[in-house]
Write a protein that binds this ligand. Structure first.
Ligand SMILES: [Fe+2]
Ligand SMILES: [Fe+2]
Length: 365
């Protein structure tokens, strides 16, 4: 507790130095709200402050007057306050969201609007809080505002928010380098972001990054980012263990960014491949295992399903008839229609390995 209040004290002092006289109470109250939010979500600890710093730096480049700069600073600090109303399972979810979860998450700007509605001292922040996820081309939410119809302060906070999310780590990703994050922002000029705001951003980003991100040390209690690029799962070679394997693979699949329907299809193919592997691996023989290695590579996901049974002699195998005209070839048929590549690796000294590949977008020709 001591450490926390010490931190808050420092924050208040830091921000008080930047606000006019008479605004101290308001600023203290707001920092309390920010602290309340960040207490829940350790990944975004510091996020609100950094978004405020970057937003104000951009606001200065855009020649906003002091009054508007003050509103921008306060609005940026509270932009995600509506996340207080988002349930923990969702807030901490490491994988990608289902459409329903995404819709619930996307309610946070409106929830924030209703929170600050309770104090008339914060009514001027409503446009920033409510509209910080609008896109310049009109594809954002919650109002679908377009171009200059989006309040300028909200356009600024939107970019600062996005850049900070890219440049720092999240449960689902490692931080991008400054160059890559800037490149992303620039590539979305005129689409997600206002070109004029992007220009202002380019003038201040180096200084902001050096001061607020490069030297940023994550708090000791922040969960360590676990790379999910490759994971290996092993189960006893018995069909009753397939359920737990499926669950682990689901967790892996959710982090690949593939559509839920595609994840479901891949599960069908993997279920078939693992059942085959169990059959090869001396079904039900105690101590025998099958091993699945899952890799999430840039443009594809790859699964190696390894059994430790009798070696397959590929040249003696009959090529499967597709689509199958008799029972027995169905498994391969399913796998071939779902996955983009299917290959047997027989180079292991013991057992066989079936490799299944699914491309994230189109299959390269
Ligand atoms: Fe947000
Ligand atoms: Fe945010």
């Amino acid at each position: 507790m001591k450490k926390k209040s010490g931190t808050s004290q420092k924050r208040v002092t830091k921000f008080l130095g930047e606000v006019g006289k008479g605004e101290e109470v308001l600023m203290e109250m707001m920092l309390t709200l920010v602290q309340a939010l960040e207490e829940r979500d350790e990944y975004t600890r510091g996020h609100s402050e950094r978004v405020a710093l970057l937003s104000v730096a951009m606001g200065r480049e855009l020649c906003l007057d002091d009054k508007r700069l003050a509103t921008l600073r306060r609005g940026a600090l509270l932009h995600d306050i509506g996340k207080i109303g988002i349930r923990d399972e969702l807030l901490y979810k490491p994988g990608s969201f289902t459409p329903e979860e995404r819709a619930r998450m996307n309610q946070h700007p409106e929830k924030g609007h209703f929170i600050v509605l309770n104090s008339h001292l914060m009514w001027d922040l409503i446009p920033v809080i409510r509209n910080h996820h609008e896109n310049f081309d009109g594809s954002g939410y919650p109002d679908g505002f377009k171009g200059e119809g989006i309040p300028l302060e909200a356009r600024v906070v939107s970019l600062a928010d996005y850049f900070d999310a890219l440049a720092t780590s999240r449960p689902y990703k490692q931080p991008f380098t400054k160059e890559k994050a800037v490149e992303f922002v620039v590539s979305m000029s005129g689409k997600k972001f206002d070109p004029a705001v992007v220009e202002a951003f380019l003038k201040v980003v180096d200084k902001f990054y050096a001061e607020s991100i490069q030297n940023f040390k994550p708090p000791a209690d922040m969960p360590v980012f676990v790379s999910t690029t490759e994971q290996t799962f092993e189960i006893e070679s018995e069909p009753r263990h397939l359920g737990s394997l499926r669950e682990q693979l689901q967790h892996f699949l959710e982090q690949t960014g593939l559509a839920p329907k595609t994840q479901e299809e891949i599960q069908v193919a993997l279920g078939e491949a693992c059942t085959n592997a169990i059959r090869h691996s001396y079904l039900n023989e105690p101590g025998k295992k099958i091993r699945v290695t899952a890799q999430n590579i840039e443009d594809k996901v790859l699964f190696k399903i390894r059994d430790f049974g009798k070696k397959i002699e590929l040249d003696k195998l009959q090529p499967p008839e597709l689509p199958p005209t008799r029972p027995g070839g169905l498994g391969i048929y399913f796998m071939k229609t779902i996955m983009d590549e299917l290959e047997y690796n027989t180079s292991h000294a013991e057992g066989n390995e079936l490799i299944l590949v699914k491309y994230k977008k189109r299959r390269p020709s």
